[in-house]
Every structure is written in C-alpha cells, then in structure tokens.
Design a protein around this ligand. Structure first.
Ligand code: PMP
Length: 440
C-alpha cells in the first residue's frame, strides 16, 4: 500500500523509473514522450549531462548553506547571468524554491517598497480573470482561476480582477486585434480610478497565460498600454513568467517580445528545468535600493532561499539555454509543431483555436466551432484526453481552466527544447488518438 498523498486521492499513478532525453519511462519499461515537460518544467529533457554534473560537483563542495550566514558562488553567478540576460532594468535576483514562492515574494516586496517609499496606502492588487499565480494563499488570491479559488475563497485577501487579453473569446466583431488589446488594457485604468490610484500597489499578469487558458499570447500593443497606465499611476507591474519564461516562448523572457520591462518578474519551472526545485524573483535597482537605504531588510524569507545546489543546477541550465544555444531551437521547432497541429486539427469540429508562442502551445476544445460553446464541464474532457494521451505514450497537460467563469477545456503542449523533427508526428498522432477516444 502506498503512503504517498497523491495529487488525485483515488488514483496511484505508475512509478517513474528513469528519463532519457525527452522521454520518461515507467517501471514496466513503457516510454512516454514528455510533451508538456510535466507542467512546462523540463525544458532540457531528463538526462542532461552538464546539469547533472553541475549538481554533483556542487553537492561535493557544499549542498546547502543558509542565506542568513552565507552567499554562494552559484547564487552569485546565476544572479549575475540572469540580470545580464534580462532586457531592461531588472537588477537584483531573489532565489526561492518555486513559482508560488517567487510570486509571494513579489507581492510582499511590492508592498514593502511602497511603505518604504512613503506610500503606505498602496495595498490593492489588480490581476486578471483566467490567470494563475500559484497555490499559496497570497498567490492564489491574486490568480483569477475561479475553480482553484473557490474552496479557499473565505481565506483569501481581497484582490481585483479585470478582463484577460484573450482575443479568441474577447475580440468583438468589427474590432481590430489592436483595438481589442487597448480596450481590455484600459480596464486597468478604470479599475485604478475606482480604487483610487494612491491605494493601488501592483498589476499582476502572465505575459503568455499558461495553466488557466492554455498558452494565450497577448495581442500587439496590449502590454505597452498596460506599462503606460502603470507608469501614469505609480503602480508596479509584476509579470509572472513562472511558466512562460526561460526561453519557452522563443525569447529568454516572454516580456521581451512585448517591448516593455516589468518592475518585478517571477520565473521558476524552466529555471531549474526540473533538475532542482528553484524559482527567482527579479526586481529593479530602484526597488532594491529603496529598501536597502530604508530599513535595510526585506521582511520575508524562506529557509531554502539561494540554495547553492539548486542555483548550480539553474546556472548549468541557463548556460545550456544561452551559451550552448539550446533555446534557439524553440522558435523554429515551435513554428513547425504549430504548423503540424494546424494541418491535422485546424478544421477539427471540436478544436476551436490553436495558439501559442515558441514551444508553448494551446489547443482549445469546443462543443461547437461556430459558437465557440465550451463542452459541459461535467464531461471532464480534459481529464479524459490526458488519460488517453498518457495511454498512447504522450504526456500533455489538459486543463479544465475557466471560460467566462465556467470550466473550459484546453490542452497545453510544452515539450522539451531538445525535441527533434521526428517527435512532431509522435505528438500529433498520439493527440489525434486521444481526441478520437475522448470526444463525445
Ligand atoms: N505562476 C504560474 C504562471 C504558474 O504556471 C505556476 C505553476 N503552474 C505558478 C505560478 C506556481 O508555481 P509552483 O507550482 O512552482 O509553485
């Protein structure tokens, strides 16, 4: 009998045995192509020798030293490399153990900055519906995924949500994509006015929305307008790149493609590529200096901040992505995979939209292509597709998500950047089989 508390309490998944490149194997020897990198984590696959060696070397030297006493070579070098790689004026890196911790740290840093700047009234967080920022209470309160929030709603801090930038569902007839983006961005200004600009702390968004809506990219001009509104009202812009960052969308940071820089940016998942649990929050010198010259102490912290072994792994991952050029595979391979998916499913009666950037791709399942009506959530279609694809040897990440507050169905693909042309047909065929088996 298993004593592990599994994700789904009534099912015990197969035991993983080992990994090889983009494949995972269970104990019976069955191979699974990791078409979602778990949850957009394993960008280098499962057997990268350079990352594995870096971890071994670091453990041989010292596995862990608490940041209350020491900094470490890997934490220093990783932070420097991240700052160099991040366009714009992000200047300081706060290393944590994962995405939720990075987002919690971002929210608290924003609040402490406002206080130390002499603006203690700033406390309201504005985010977007159909977003996900983590499962700890602050991050969960910030996210706009109603299904995930519902049971915990009485325990969540007050936050405010505006419309997402989700052209497939939000763009109106006769409205250009650009105008649509401006219209939904302007909802931020309306919300700020409603709350009183002097009370608003930050706006939080995923540049390309992952777990809730299935790789939804913004339309052109949307984030430029958002940045403008934040600047006008002294509101911090916090971008959550936990899922879409670290090369996943074809640039190291997804915000690069929007021509803006956030004040704070969170990354995780691809940062450690699954070899170690690690996340990071990057912030501007203005934020860091204000606290350094004020109280001198960020009133926050986790035991595993700046974990040397995790930092060594992330540094090796970053070198593989940048110096070794692995991230350069993302844009061309993503384009090929999207083309193959469109060739096979572009006219499918129940695939309404195929979208994404780089190797971050979403397919939205609909009951009716014309009306875009979602399937009845009771069908639990996403769970059926996931199970059928898994049987067919493909790991993909279908989600219930939310469409206008109701559950919708999306399939997220986020394969390792090391995937090759030969894997494209494997993904498309397995997905085809899974859809045929699962759709009503
Ligand atoms: N933000 C986003 C955008 C995410 O996709 C996730 C994880 N799916 C998180 C935050 C939380 O990260 P973690 O699960 O590592 O705590």
């Amino acid at each position: 009998m298993s004593h592990v508390f599994p994700r789904h309490s009534r099912k015990t998944p197969p035991k993983v045995s080992h990994g090889d490149g983009p494949f995972l194997f269970d104990q019976s020897g069955k191979a699974y192509f990791d078409g979602s990198g778990g949850a957009a984590v394993s960008c280098l696959g499962h057997s990268d020798p350079a990352v594995i060696q870096a971890i071994k070397d670091q453990i041989d030297a010292v596995a862990f030293a608490h940041t209350g006493f020491f900094t470490s070579e890997p934490a220093e070098t990783l932070s420097e490399a991240l700052v160099k790689a991040a366009p714009g004026n992000l200047d300081r890196v706060y290393l944590v153990s994962g995405g939720s911790e990075a987002m919690e740290s971002a929210l608290k840093l924003a609040r402490q900055y406002a206080i130390e700047k002499g603006e203690p009234a700033r406390r309201h967080i504005i985010a977007r519906r159909q977003s996900y920022h983590g499962n700890t209470l602050g991050a969960l309160a910030t996210g706009g995924n109603m299904w995930r929030r519902e049971p915990f709603a009485p325990m969540l801090m007050d936050t405010h949500h505006i419309a997402p930038c989700y052209a497939y569902r939000g763009q109106q007839d006769g409205e250009t994509e650009f105008d649509y983006g401006q219209r939904v961005a302007n909802e931020l200004e309306t919300k700020i006015a409603e709350l009183g600009a002097e009370n608003v702390l930050a706006f939080v968004a995923e540049p390309v929305v992952g777990a809730t809506s299935g790789a939804v990219p913004p339309v052109e001009g949307y984030f430029k307008r958002i940045r403008e509104i934040c600047d006008t009202h002294g509101v911090l812009l916090i971008l959550d790149e936990v899922m879409c960052g670290m090369g996943r969308t074809g640039s190291l940071f997804a915000y690069e493609q929007e021509g803006i820089t956030p004040d704070i940016c969170a990354v995780a998942k691809g940062l450690g590529a699954g070899y170690q649990p690690i996340g990071a929050m990057l912030c501007t010198a203005e934020i860091f200096d204000t606290i350094r010259d004020g109280s001198g102490f960020f009133q926050h912290g986790h035991t595993y901040n700046g974990h040397p072994t995790a930092a060594a792994a992330a540094l090796a991952v970053l070198n593989r992505l940048t110096t070794d050029g692995v991230a350069q595979n993302v844009a061309p391979m993503g384009a090929k995979l999207r083309t193959a998916l469109k060739d096979r499913f572009g006219q499918h009666a129940h695939i309404g939209d195929i979208r994404g950037r780089g190797l971050f791709i979403g397919l939205e399942m609909v009951a009716d292509r014309e009306t875009k009506t979602p399937f009845d959530p009771a069908l639990q279609l996403h769970a059926k597709v996931k199970a059928a694809a898994f049987d067919a040897g493909l790991i993909c990440y279908p989600m219930g998500g939310t469409v206008d507050g109701k559950q919708g169905n999306h399939i997220l693909l986020a394969p390792p950047f090391i995937m090759e042309d030969a894997h494209i047909s494997l993904i498309v065929d397995a997905l085809d089989a899974a859809l045929t088996e699962s759709l009503p």
